[in-house]
Design a protein around this ligand. Sequence first.
Ligand code: TRP
Length: 454
Amino acid sequence: MAKQITTARDGFATRLGVLAATLGSAVGLGNIWKFPALTGQNGGASFLLVYVLATLLVGLPVMISEIMLGRRARANAVGTFRQLAPKGQPWHLVGLSGVVAAFLIMGFYTDVAGWVFAYIFKALSGEIATTDPAVAAKAFEALVGNPVQSLLWQWGVLVLISVIIIAGVAQGIERTTKVLMPVLLLLLVAVCARSLTLPKAAEGLAFLFTPDFSKITPNVILMALGLAFFKLSIGMGTMTTYGSYFRNDQDIPLTATRVMLCDLTISILAGMAVFPAVFNFGFEPSAGPSLLFMTIPAVFTSLPGGQVFMVIFFCLTAIAATGAMLSLLEVPVAWLAESFGMPRKRATIVTSVTLAIIGIPATLSMSTMANVKIFGMTVFDLYDFLSSNVLLPVGGIFICLFAGWVWGAANVKTELSNRGQLLNGPIIAAFLTVVRWVSPILVLLVLLKGLKVF
Ligand code: TRP
């Protein structure tokens, strides 16, 4: 008889590890770069309110659906749908669109992550220690406007996360995030404490917490929804892939809710670190994506002990970005490894090299390709818009429809109760109603309105 080789599928080893890795995926540049920028541009507290609603009514149900499907199938984003869908129905296209989204997101995400890593060194050397926003802007443009420098940082980031991914799910992802997540929280609380003790901190807090309802437009709602998808890493199979590594005894609704709440807390803490400081020194809260790289150095330099906090701030941002990138990279890697039988190492290298190529036009959007516009957007903005505001919401609609209607109530009940071991009937009933009716309809309406279809 031929010797049978059975290698157990890799997965998260401990319950705490599951939480750390999943939170590590959710927490990222979305909290520290996107959330304050979008909140600043779209009216502060009113945007925060819409964002929280989108997270509860859409984000959480989609997240639970993805994890549940992935754990049942124990397969990658594409394989999960192939396995669970009725024969002949093309649901695996949802998974494939997810793989495409992973490449688009990573195309610009690794670029921004590269800037963050570069900024740790700039903060250490004192190069960005300036209170003049114009000088800070110059330093930023010197980095992003230099194609060679910014590409090298981006590729460096890709190498770093590839090394962790090659080490495996338990030995790479879980081990890294278990150490990094607590450090991240500690650093963030330190920066927050500094920011909140500034004389004019109250103005920043008022901006973040006093809503102005006149600022809520369909486009603002689309932005908030897009952010909710991006923030929770949903709509494209990241949570499906991570769900496939979940332990059988993990309470899925509880874990998802914890991750969502922690993630929201971290976003709000990031807002509380940024806005009081911004207002205190009279900067503009609506600076957008450059808020992190131009305003923050100027703000921190104005503080006593500012350089130390600036280094801390960029370190914690780099940590957040790393956990998120691990989960993004894992989606295509798991797909290539399982669906094409590639060894994990080769799958990682193939993915990273492809990403390095896809990332070039995004990175050059700030320099040599600044004038290349598609639909009026640079390649960088196009990758971001297409993924966050189109692919993720569309993927989210199909995931809800699949979980609620195709896979159906009986399967949902079995999987979310851990085969009857958890007594969470009411939670499952509420989940089913929302995932069948509320989330898909809401997302569809917001999507059509936001994209000006009606
Ligand atoms: N959630 C991460 C952040 O906020 C980014 C991220 C990781 C992501 N995996 C994802 C976004 C999957 C969309 C889909 O930075």
